[in-house]
Design a protein around this ligand. Structure first.
Ligand code: IVH
Length: 752
């Protein structure tokens, strides 16, 4: 693109032409980003377009177009598809990469069930596409939904109906049937689609998976119809009647109803047969005609599946055995350090772009300083002790969807002047000391709230999709708003509208505006700001005077946002003031407390008050509150320690307090416990159980809404005592706590 003319030098006629061009380009970029999942320009380029548009509009307000892009909030995801809550969550699978992990999967299942004999499992290809849930009522397809975040997907029914392998009607199906499976594109269809696109000068897809996803998520079903999508059924969600007693039987039933199931599905008696079938599938991988990325094993007996149940996001009864990752060699141009929200300094390899398994890779993670130096966290050599240097030839690999990694280095191609990499001991963002604590593989910036990178990353996390998910307030807006001084901590988000309405002048010191994030030079930033206040030429004093003299320093004016879009943003923020407890916990961005841990905590404590009081009380890392925290299934010591330290008195804790005062936090009900006799009860198991292992009993009790504690106290509601019960049963008697035996327990949970 020719160098753009300075806004100050535009004639009115030129400005009108430019505004028309900008409106078109921004609309096009929005469409590519939201509707096609395929951004065509970088975030910085996008912001530059919007800011230039705003600057021109500020200089020629009379030229502002009715379709002005400043009336639309930047990253507001187009609400293209309606949201559909899944009746039964769509989970993911635990991944394994080695035969040893599969042997452990088998052992863990037998341990959980307390069995010594082998557990039969199915083995079938893991299709590399995207999952889809098809809901049939009275034999008619009523909704097709993508996975989304597992709880809520996108309604793509009209598009699914164009796929020939998805029957619109079923004969003889249960009244309610949700069929789950994978939408994918064959290699031949993918090649033909890209060839056609190339011939027509259109957009090509990087791989069949992207092509399938892009084709299914089309706003116009006729486009989906023109794309050759296919569907393999591999499972089910909600059902009004069982499909069979085993996985194999149920798949047979789905095939009988007219679905394609994968012909390479086998029933295996134990680990040896599972691994043999994995190798057989791997042998055929190249000639299947569609992409697969591993083999999925599932316990065949559905009654056993039900007993095994789920962890927070994955079933205990299934695992994905992934194929080894694909690799390629390229040059490592430089090593950059990124600072994350927990202050971790993460080294990133900037690579000469290379294609790895059909995807162009130009960045890869280098993990940490030990990894670069060629040693493990415990000091053992890795890669034979070879270190990694800028300028080296390195091998990169991709395993599934995860960020590419650097695996190895070719010393024979090392440039003679390559120097060992010196890992910084100061934070590149704020200059604070970066330290490595005993036992931590990662060096962390000690700047905390003074480190802008940490603050911004924490804020980005706070507004991310599984957290507060505020429409129109994405990563880019956070960067800008933080730079402008409008949002420095999460609570500020919820006071933004009030401060804006009050025209809080001190909100943005004029000098800070010169740091416009996308300006290529200071001169460019000055030119834009001058234009924004109608000055011919930038002059600091004159600018500051005009800027302060403006009647209102409204968000709309300052950002070039239209009043309407600023209003939309405030409404989106307001809509999130009421928010479920699990999202709040996750949004705090506490180290080791991810989405599933946040769900566990929310379900366990129920309300913010209970959670906060418990975590504060557990601060001393001993005593009943600490014990209770550790007793939550899925909670480890490291997680618990990190959680309680976030609630110690100090600036972080105060910021949490200010946030909470802005919110209405919705309690979270314990899972699936309506009418459960155990909901909200605290249960202790003691002695030997004969029909169920301790692990299974604990999982069952928790699934029914109980807390399982390790010791008996006045808070205990029920003790389940098997033979050999000792002091715990005595404590229970002394405290007058109800004691039952295993048979009564089985009756209580409906197993007898
Ligand atoms: S079973 C409870 N079977 O893999 C989980 N998933 O990593 C049920 N996938 O989201 C999943 N082929 O999109 C299952 N044969 C197969 C599969 C398969 C592909 C995908 C699916 C799922 C993802 C989990």
């Amino acid at each position: 693109m020719a160098r753009e003319k300075d806004v100050r030098e535009l004639t009115e006629a030129e400005a009108a032409v430019e505004l028309e061009r900008l409106a078109r380009e921004i609309a096009e970029a929005n469409r590519a980003y939201h509707a096609e999942d395929a951004p065509r320009i970088s975030d910085a380029e996008y912001d530059a377009l919007k800011l230039r548009n705003a600057a021109i509009e500020a200089r020629f307000p009379q030229l502002k177009r009715p379709d002005s892009p400043s009336e639309q909030v930047g990253a507001a995801p187009a609400e293209a598809f309606a949201k559909v809550p899944h009746a039964v969550r769509m989970l993911s699978l635990e991944n394994a990469f080695s035969e040893e992990e599969i042997a452990e999967f088998d052992r863990a299942i037998r341990r959980f069930l307390g069995r010594s004999e082998p557990v039969a499992c199915t083995a079938e290809p893991k299709i590399d596409g995207l999952s889809l849930s098809l809901r049939y009522e009275a034999g008619r397809l009523v909704t097709a939904a993508t996975r989304g975040d597992g709880a809520v997907g996108e309604n793509v029914t009209a598009n699914a109906l164009t796929i020939p392998e998805i029957p619109p009607r079923l004969e003889g199906a249960p009244e309610l049937l949700e069929v789950r499976g994978e939408v994918y594109m064959s290699h031949a269809d993918f090649a033909a689609l890209n060839a056609r696109a190339r011939a027509e000068g259109g957009r090509t897809f990087a791989n069949p998976r992207n092509a399938a996803a892009g084709s299914l998520r089309q706003l116009d079903p006729e486009i989906t119809r023109s794309r050759p999508l296919r569907f393999f059924a591999y499972g089910w969600g909600a059902l009004s009647a069982p499909l069979g007693a085993t996985q194999i039987e149920a798949l047979g039933r789905l095939a009988g109803l007219g679905f394609r199931t994968n012909p390479l599905t086998r029933l295996c008696q134990g680990v040896e047969e599972m691994l043999a079938h994995y190798r057989a599938i791997e042998q055929q991988r190249a000639t299947l005609g569609y992409d697969i990325d591993g083999v999925v094993y599932k316990v065949n007996d559905l009654a056993l599946q039900a007993r095994l149940g789920f962890r927070s996001t994955t079933p205990r009864w299934a695992i994905a055995h992934k194929f080894p990752a694909q690799t390629a060699w390229t040059r490592l141009e430089r090593i950059e350090i990124q600072v994350g929200r927990t202050g971790a300094l993460s080294p990133v390899a900037r690579l000469t772009p290379v294609t790895v398994g059909g995807v162009v890779v130009s960045n890869a993670t280098l993990h940490n300083e030990d990894y670069i130096a060629g040693r493990s966290a415990s000091g053992e050599p890795i890669r034979g002790g070879r270190d990694i240097r800028e300028g080296d030839w390195v091998q990169v690999y991709r395993a599934g969807d995860v960020i590419p990694k650097v695996a190895d280095v070719d010393l024979s191609r090392r440039p003679p002047d390559a120097r060992p990499y010196a890992f910084p001991t100061r934070c590149p963002e704020c200059g604070s000391e970066a330290v490595r604590e005993e036992g931590d593989a990662v060096r962390r910036c000690t700047g905390g709230l003074v480190c802008p990178a940490q603050v911004v990353e924490k804020l980005k996390h706070f507004v991310s999709r599984p957290a507060f998910d505020i429409e129109g307030l994405g990563a880019r807006q956070i960067e800008l708003f933080h730079l402008l001084g409008w949002i420095r901590e999460p609570a500020d988000i919820f006071t933004l509208a009030a401060r804006d309405a009050a025209g809080e002048k001190a909100l943005v010191p004029p000098e800070r505006l010169l740091e416009l994030p996308d300006a290529e030079s200071r001169a460019e930033a000055e030119a834009r700001l001058a234009a924004a206040v109608g000055l011919e030429r930038f002059d600091p004093a004159a600018f500051a005077e005009r800027y302060r003299a403006r009647s209102r320093t409204r968000l709309a004016e300052q950002l070039g946002y239209g009043e309407r879009s600023a209003g939309n943003l405030f409404a989106a923020i307001e809509a999130r003031r009421r928010i479920p407890l699990n999202r709040v916990i996750f949004a705090l961005g506490i180290r080791h407390i991810g989405e599933s841990a946040s769900n566990l905590l929310a379900r366990h404590y129920g309300t913010w008050q209970a959670f906060e009081a418990a975590v504060t009380a557990a601060g001393g890392r001993e005593g009943p509150a600490w014990e209770e925290l550790l007793a939550i299934d899925g909670m480890g010591e490291v997680m618990a320690a990190s959680l309680v330290s976030a609630f110690r008195p100090g600036p972080e804790r105060e910021a949490i307090g200010r946030l909470v005062r802005q919110l209405v936090i919705e309690p979270v009900a314990p899972a699936r416990t309506e009418g459960s006799p155990l909901a909200g009860k605290t249960v202790v198991f003691t002695g030997t159980l004969e029909r169920m292992t301790r692990a299974e009993a604990k999982a069952r009790a928790e699934a029914l809404g109980a807390k399982v504690a390790g010791s008996v106290s006045a808070k205990t509601d029920l003790v389940v005592a098997g033979p050999g019960a000792g002091s715990k049963a005595r404590d229970a008697e002394r405290l007058g706590v109800e004691i039952i035996d295993e048979d009564a327990w089985l009756r209580l949970i409906g197993e007898a």
